[in-house]
Ligand binder design. Structure first.
Ligand code: FMN
Length: 367
């Protein structure tokens, strides 16, 4: 990967925040917080390895945003009050010590929550039972229950949860930026998706109307953190409970999503697809990365999905990605940038790392 990865070793910039290179760690839930949602010493050591290993940007696992329906998993970290926010401080400091930037990914699980210590039951845009089944490696079992449809008051509370969590993430925890989790089937994606959003009010309708909730969350976050903090959003077609989902309107839907977010003023879009270099739609030509670049031409663009292979990373950079995020490749190689820089072979990902529970293993901390 040494020669083709050359461009990834150049500095980058997101809304004035400089990154030493274009290698990012993708957000990965590790269900390793304390039961009360506070981050741990083990998590600090886990994230620190990526910073020491040369990554320019780390993105946290999805962090829940309120003490109502946001939490998705047992032992997921939160940032819903000052105590949870303070617990992130040593984690952020550990990454900063090694020169990495660190963004907090804010997440509301919505209808696919499978472990919430605050409330029984789930909520979503509409009362549609989620497809698929709960993930056992996050302590889940069986089908997801049908959620109740969110009221206007609940929608306002969720938006406020994102905004106040973002404020805490920056002001108390010391994060450098905010990633809003709009992908993978969680609440914001449930609003974006026709199948799960049957609303006929201002939050539902065509693809642009279904993006209104994502825009409202973004604007509330922006209002709290101000114009100088990078704020982006993660977008995907596939979902953890509906892996091969595709946008029915194809390029038109891509335009609706990406252009609407660009017009709203997000600083970056993070697109993820199972194999990010491949065409986004059956029989089509452009990847999701290429479509995001076309419809949001002036934004920073992060690409993710099966990109640990040099030629794949190269392809998405050519399609317009500014930064490449690595998930499983980073778990197997927490020093991936340094390894590539030194022309050392990458270690293949071993799925045993995530079983039976996908928490942070002692062996990872030894890597
Ligand atoms: C254990 C695990 C946990 C994940 N948790 C999250 C998460 O919290 N938020 C998120 O946006 N994506 C999450 N993902 C998806 C990854 O960010 C990434 O999109 C996926 O692993 C594909 O990229 P890769 O081929 O580089 O691994 C997770 C993936 C894995 C393997």
């Amino acid at each position: 990967m040494s020669t083709s990865a050359g461009p990834l070793f150049t500095a980058a910039d997101i809304n004035g925040l400089s990154l030493r290179n274009r290698f990012a760690v993708a957000p990965m839930t590790r269900v390793s917080a304390n039961e009360d949602g506070t981050a741990t010493e083990r998590m600090a050591r886990y994230y620190e390895r990526f910073a020491r290993g040369g990554f320019g940007l780390l993105i946290t696992e999805g962090i829940y945003t309120d003490q109502a329906f946001a939490q998705g998993y047992r032992d997921q970290p939160g940032i819903t009050d000052a105590a949870q926010a303070r617990a992130w401080r040593p984690v952020v400091k550990a990454a900063h010590r090694h020169g990495a930037r660190f963004f907090a990914q804010l997440m509301h699980a919505g209808a696919i929550s499978q472990g919430n210590r605050f409330r029984d039951g789930t909520v979503g845009p509409s009362a549609v039972q989620p497809l698929g089944s709960q993930m056992e490696f996050y302590y889940g079992r069986g089908a997801y229950p049908a959620p109740s449809a969110m009221t206007d008051g609940q929608i306002a509370e969720v938006i406020d949860g994102f905004a106040t969590s973002a404020e805490r993430a920056v002001a108390i925890a010391g994060f450098d930026g905010i990633e809003i989790h709009g992908a993978n089937g969680y609440l914001i994606d449930q609003f974006l998706t026709e199948h799960t959003n049957r609303r006929s009010d201002r939050w539902g309708g065509g693809a642009r109307a279904r993006a209104a909730f994502a825009v409202a969350v973004f604007k509330a976050v922006r209002a709290k953190v101000g114009g100088n903090v990078p704020v982006g959003i993660r977008i995907s077609q596939g979902k953890v409970n509906d892996f091969s989902h595709k946008w029915a309107g194809r390029n038109r839907d891509a335009e609706a999503v990406f252009a609407t977010l660009a017009d709203a003023g997000v600083d970056y879009i993070h697109v993820t697809d199972h194999e990010a270099w491949k065409p986004a739609f059956e029989g089509g030509h452009d990847s999701l990365v290429a479509l995001a670049r076309r419809f949001a031409p002036n934004l920073a663009l992060i690409a993710n999905g099966g990109l640990h292979d040099a030629s794949r990373a190269q392809e998405v950079v050519e399609a317009g990605a500014d930064i490449v995020a690595f998930g499983k490749g980073a778990l197997a190689n927490p020093d991936l940038p340094n390894r590539i820089g030194a022309v050392r072979e990458l270690i293949p990902f071993d799925p045993a790392l995530l079983g039976p529970i996908a928490d942070i293993k002692a062996q990872e901390l030894a890597l």
